[in-house]
Design a protein around this ligand. Structure first.
Ligand SMILES: Cc1cc2nc3c(=O)[nH]c(=O)nc-3n(C[C@H](O)[C@H](O)[C@H](O)COP(=O)(O)OP(=O)(O)OC[C@H]3O[C@@H](n4cnc5c(N)ncnc54)[C@H](O)[C@@H]3O)c2cc1C
Length: 293
């Protein structure tokens, strides 16, 4: 029922060019060598500031993800179900390379241009930025192990968002999450107690419990575990090379401020009863992987 005529409300801020209004960001693009990226950053910004994308952000946050630990026959599936609006936001960011553009096309200013897009995307909706940011920041860790990189890079740099829960080899695009933190080991990950036991041929069985597992619907995870020579970083695929679900079990989605993010802000609490992971021969892998996260 109308109450009274209101004359002093501004129109909704939508369908505009947020880069054009952001003097500091525009200056940073020029100053840091990414002037060439103005057209694509501006175009992406206009998409994220569109009435449509703003609505997706509201819908994704009003309909938080659901954890599905089992299917209706009682088999474990450990999947996270998202509202379609969340998938639209993911599709938009992946299609514009916010998760991997500098790795697809390394050139001066590429990281700056991506960072600008990340900021503009976050101005609309922050939660979906977690898997986007993780995938970007996991790449340097994979670069330290060329056989893994060869296997995973084509799908990570793909501009196709493929949310299906399938072995990565059957997908057109893959995303990477992270499980580093344990209850007793946040800032100091050396306190991690998850164990890694060699199965030979570079494969390890991991046993432990993670307190944070960001983006638990991703295709693989960087996971820290104690190996024979100390803490190391492993790539834990959601599916085994034989096409079975890896034994990666989610216990809950955390209840955090960003309502639509099953990752980081609303991270899964994963237990790892000896799933199979592949070792990263990288001292600084974890540090690399966590930059930008
Ligand atoms: C948005 C978000 C996303 C996240 N994403 C991930 C993820 O993807 N994967 C993942 O594994 N984890 C993730 N985390 C968890 C995050 O990595 C931990 O929260 C972080 O490492 C801090 O650990 P903690 O919370 O256990 O705090 P603690 O380590 O217990 O620290 C508590 C406080 O003590 C201080 N402190 C700790 N150690 C020392 C010290 N030696 N000297 C002085 N002060 C100290 C800290 O500065 C802090 O103020 C995420 C967290 C957030 C908030």
């Amino acid at each position: 029922m109308p109450s009274h005529e209101v004359l002093n409300q501004p129109p909704p801020l939508e369908d505009y060019d947020p880069l054009a209004l952001d003097g500091a960001l525009s200056e940073a693009l020029r100053r840091e060598g990414a002037e060439w990226a103005f057209p694509e950053v501006s175009q992406f910004g206009r998409r994220t500031a569109s009435r449509q994308a703003i609505a997706w952000g509201f819908q994704a946050n009003e309909n938080p993800p659901q954890l599905r630990t089992h299917d209706r026959f009682g088999q474990r599936i450990d999947e996270v179900e998202f509202h379609p609006a969340w998938h639209e936001l993911m599709r938009l960011s992946v299609a514009n390379g916010v998760h991997a553009a500098p790795w697809r096309d390394p050139k001066p200013g590429a990281h700056v241009a991506r960072a600008a897009m990340m900021m503009l995307g976050a101005e609309n909706e922050f939660g979906h930025g977690c898997p986007i940011s993780m995938t970007y920041s996991a790449f340097p860790a994979l670069q330290r192990q060329p056989d893994l990189l060869e296997q995973w890079a084509p799908r990570i740099v793909s501009l196709e968002y493929d949310p299906r829960s399938l072995p990565a080899a059957e997908k057109s695009g893959a995303l990477i999450g992270m499980g580093m933190t344990e209850k007793q080991g946040g800032s100091d990950v050396r306190a991690n107690t998850t164990r890694a036991v060699s199965l030979g041929k570079g494969e390890y069985a991991l046993t432990g419990h993670k307190w944070f597992c960001s983006a638990p619907m991703c295709d693989a995870f960087l996971v820290l575990a104690q190996a024979d020579r100390g803490l190391s970083c492993f790539l834990l695929p959601r599916w085994t090379p034989e096409g079975a679900r890896n034994r990666f079990h989610l216990q809950r989605l955390k209840d955090k401020l960003v309502r639509d993010d099953a990752a980081g802000a609303r991270a899964g609490d994963a237990s790892l009863p000896a799933p199979r992971g592949v070792r990263q021969e990288a001292r600084r892998a974890a540090a690399d992987a966590r930059r930008a996260c």
